[in-house]
Every structure is written in C-alpha cells, then in structure tokens.
Design a protein around this ligand. Structure first.
Ligand code: ATP
Ligand code: MG
Length: 285
C-alpha cells in the first residue's frame, strides 16, 4: 500500500540515466529488463516503465506517485502535477529552425508560415507571447525532415548539439525553452509516501552533490599552506596532515567541478605538487 510508485521512461533518452540515478541512491532492483514493473529489494519503491509522454497523466491520476521526465514534457502535458527537483541530466533546448538558405529576420519571420513540431502546446504559447500568427503542423516524430519534404517552412524541436539540424540543412534561429530532467509528483500523496519521497530526495541530493564535486589531495611546503588553503574553500576548511618529510604537508579538500581546471592551475602556481583528484561517491551536506 505504501510503496512509492515511480514512473520512468521505458526506452529512450531518459531511461538509462533515470534508472542509474535510482541505483546510485543505493536502491536495488531484481529485474529491470523487459518488464513493465520492478520492485526494489531494499527500499519501499516500485518502478513503472512507460512512454515518456504518458508519465504526467499517470502521475496526475496517481497510477504512479512520482515520475522522472524532461521539463519540456511536463510543460507540454499541462497536467496538474508538481515539479519537486531538477536532476541535472538530459539537458537540451527547444528551438525554432529554418532552412539554411533562408534569411532570418527575427520572430516575425514566422508570420504566415507553417511550423512542424511534436510540441504544439509549448510552441503555441511562444507564438502567442510574441504575437506571431503562424500555423502549427503537429507531427509525432522526424520533425527535422518536414521542411525538405514541403510539409512546413520551419520546425520547432529539441536540440542538444545541433548536428541533427545541420545534417538536415537547417539552422537554429530561436531558443524558446531550456530543459533538463526533473522529478514530478502527484499533489495528493499520503504522509507515508511523502516521507519515502523525502528519503529518496535526500539521497538524490547527495548523489547530485557528489557528481558536482571532487576530492583533492596534494602535497605542499608548509610555507605555501596559507596560499593554497585560500584556493580550497572545501566543505569547511582543508584538512592538513604533516608528511614524513620535514617542512611538507598533505592537504585534502573538496573542489567544485565547474572551475576545476582553473583551480588546479592556481594550486600549481601556489606550490602544490603531486595533485590527486578522486571522484566522490556520495556527499551529505
Ligand atoms: P518515448 O518513446 O518514451 O515517447 P521519445 O522519443 O518521446 O520517447 P526521447 O527522444 O527519448 O523521447 O526524449 C525524451 C526526453 O529526453 C525529451 O523530452 C527531452 O527532455 C530529453 N532529450 C531529448 N533529446 C535529447 C538530447 N538530444 N539530449 C538530451 N536530452 C534530450
Ligand atoms: Mg515521447
């Protein structure tokens, strides 16, 4: 009764990372291949494997209690559900693109044009906000070929690297949305399920934190400790351990992934030697 049901994509760009995240949270499943449901062995959750488009509806109706989905999917569905956490994977943007040979003149370019998309809700919102009067041609896939076969003048689709657009002779002219994977939940969960969700979110945040940080160890002369410590804010302050060699210490700390390389350069300049950088598995703050 109190098992939290989690909907994730059955197969596609979200599936592997969604399942991987739950496994990184220490949740173990017996069998996840080729099944529609999988119960965890060591945590009160069950996974339902679904088409991503169906996840918001199932969560709204509480067939599933929570789900993992792209923000674009959440917005497109217009269901009455709540986004509770951004997950930092499946990053992409939704953009408008037109054939290379066309000259883009700004959003008004799309006036009286036909735009093919699988995301009519998001697109029509953008068109309304920009006072553009365009026709939306809704198709369910292979949107990028629509202009070349004469179905539409432009497209509105998900872009990550832009290589699909390029190979279809299209150029990106407008970004209308940025998206990443998120956790959504039903708005009327029981207290027990809310408690399980809180436990799960605690673990997810520890995994996310760990992925954004690295453990760093380095050796330095004692004279450089102050300069190096200033470069290593760490969680609290760096750990400093004397080395067997007189006048030298080992310094341990945590650094952020974002400015990692710049910081390494600065540490070397400050006198750091033998720098080791180690991934962190979990980080509880
Ligand atoms: P389904 O069969 O489940 O309906 P789908 O074909 O609709 O799958 P996918 O292509 O697997 O969907 O994409 C699912 C989600 O992954 C998208 O809604 C988007 O949030 C994200 N996504 C899509 N393309 C990319 C990409 N190139 N890079 C990163 N994330 C992406
Ligand atoms: Mg889909």
């Amino acid at each position: 009764m109190n098992i939290l049901k989690i909907a994730i994509q059955k197969s596609g760009r979200l599936s592997e990372k969604s399942l991987g995240l739950l496994e990184e949270c220490g949740i173990k499943f017996t069998n996840t291949t080729g099944t529609l449901k999988a119960k965890a062995k060591n945590f009160p959750v069950e996974i339902l494997f679904l088409r991503d488009d169906d996840i918001p509806q199932y969560v709204e109706q509480q067939v599933a209690d929570i789900g993992i989905l792209g923000e674009n999917g959440v917005l497109e569905s217009e269901k009455d559900i709540e986004v509770v956490e951004q997950l930092g994977f499946a990053g992409c943007r939704m953009s408008l693109a037109i054939p290379n040979k066309e000259t883009y003149t700004g959003p008004s370019y799309f006036n009286n044009k036909k735009i093919a998309t699988s995301y009519p809700v998001i697109l029509s919102k953008f068109l309304k906000e920009n006072n553009i009067n365009a026709q939306i041609e809704e198709i369910s896939g292979s949107v990028e070929i629509a202009p070349s076969i004469g179905l539409a003048d432009g497209i509105c689709d998900i872009v990550s690297s832009g290589s699909t657009l390029m190979s279809n002779g299209l150029k990106e002219v407008e970004t209308i949305l940025k998206s990443q994977a998120v956790i959504i939940k039903n708005k009327h969960l029981s207290a027990e399920k809310e408690a399980t969700l809180d436990k799960l979110l605690f673990r997810i945040r520890a995994v996310k934190n760990a992925n954004n940080n690295k453990y760093i160890l380095l050796n330095a002369p004692e004279t450089a400790v102050e300069a190096i410590s200033a470069l290593l804010p760490g969680v609290k302050s760096p750990t400093i351990i004397p080395l067997a060699e007189k006048g030298w210490v080992s310094i341990h700390s945590v650094i952020k992934e974002d400015d990692f390389w710049e910081r390494i350069d600065m540490l070397k300049e400050a006198g750091a030697e033998g720098i080791l950088v180690i991934p962190i598995e979990k980080m509880i703050s």
